[in-house]
Write a protein that binds this ligand. Structure first.
Ligand code: NAI
Length: 255
């Protein structure tokens, strides 16, 4: 098992990509802290999946947009399992609006969850590793939109672009402490975040037509890479983004 003896915290793992990563980590022998903010049923379903895979899990409520809650989440994880080795910053939200209509409330929600949450969860995790003089792995779920434009999702793109620079900066700052940090940039993955798109056949067909592999991604497509980046096999991998997008971000068609 590739993660035996490790303890991982996966934020926002009550559904979607986070749930698949938590289950895959459990299958590979990690003990998993399953964080959720609202969906307790989903978190319990993740716990059941981790246990069915032969792993051990612990469900923990916290809003990653709150620094106080994030610190408590990291402390409670360590109290429960004795240590943390891997952090997966997965929790994320998006809001659809033309730039000129974006409200302060929506901007704050997106930036607080997607960037401030990643920043301070990572800080609390790193403080634990440094205090215990242990190495660690940070895996951020960013997006192809850390790089590619996405009209009507400017706050989302700012948050994911921020994660891109956070990862590059921290790879330099944390490398000497044996801590690696990488981004996974999913393309279009079939999860609740894409509910509207999945229910719009015209938009969906048009998008799939731009994906060289000819299909949407599944959460398992992302989880496999998250296992690798959290494992000892990825010991010399840091500061990079890995795209899981079926080729979407490389596709360019002459009109
Ligand atoms: P999802 O909506 O199923 O999952 C997002 C998770 O984050 C949910 O479990 C939600 O409860 C949790 N969450 C939201 N706000 C939170 C908060 N304040 N505190 C704690 N948890 C919170 O969607 P999905 O697709 O699984 O998203 C996971 C990550 O993948 C997100 O960061 C998203 O931006 C990213 N992503 C997803 C893509 C896709 O096509 N599905 C594409 C690119 C990136």
């Amino acid at each position: 098992m590739r993660l035996a003896g490790k303890v991982a915290l996966v934020t926002g793992s009550s559904g979607g990509i986070g749930q698949a990563i938590a289950a895959a980590y459990g299958k590979e022998g990690a003990k998993v802290v399953i964080n959720y903010s609202r969906n307790l049923d989903g978190a319990n379903e993740t716990l059941a999946q981790v246990e069915a895979a032969g792993g051990e899990g612990f469900v923990l409520k916290a809003d990653v947009g709150s620094v106080a809650e994030v610190k408590q989440m990291v402390n409670e994880s360590i109290s429960h399992f004795g240590q943390l080795d891997i952090l997966v910053n997965n929790a994320g939200v998006e809001k659809n609006a033309a730039f000129w209509d974006v409200t302060e409330e929506d901007y704050d929600k997106v930036l607080d969850t997607n960037l401030k949450g990643v920043f301070f969860t990572t800080q609390a995790f790193v403080q634990h590793l440094m205090a215990t003089k242990r190495p660690g792995r940070i895996v951020n779920i960013s997006s192809t939109h850390e790089d590619m434009a996405f009209p009507n999702f400017t706050a989302y793109c700012c948050s994911k672009g921020g994660i891109r620079m956070l990862t590059r900066n921290l790879c330099v700052e944390l490398g000497p402490h044996g801590i690696t940090i990488n981004n996974i940039a999913p393309g279009a993955i079939e999860t609740p975040i894409n509910r509207k798109l999945l229910n719009d056949p015209t938009k969906l067909n048009s998008l799939v037509g731009q994906i060289p592999l000819g299909r949407l991604g599944q959460t398992s497509d992302v989880a496999g890479l998250a296992v690798f980046l959290g494992s000892d096999e990825a010991a010399y991998v840091t500061g990079s983004t890995y795209f899981v997008d079926g080729g979407l971000s490389q596709f360019y068609q002459e009109q």
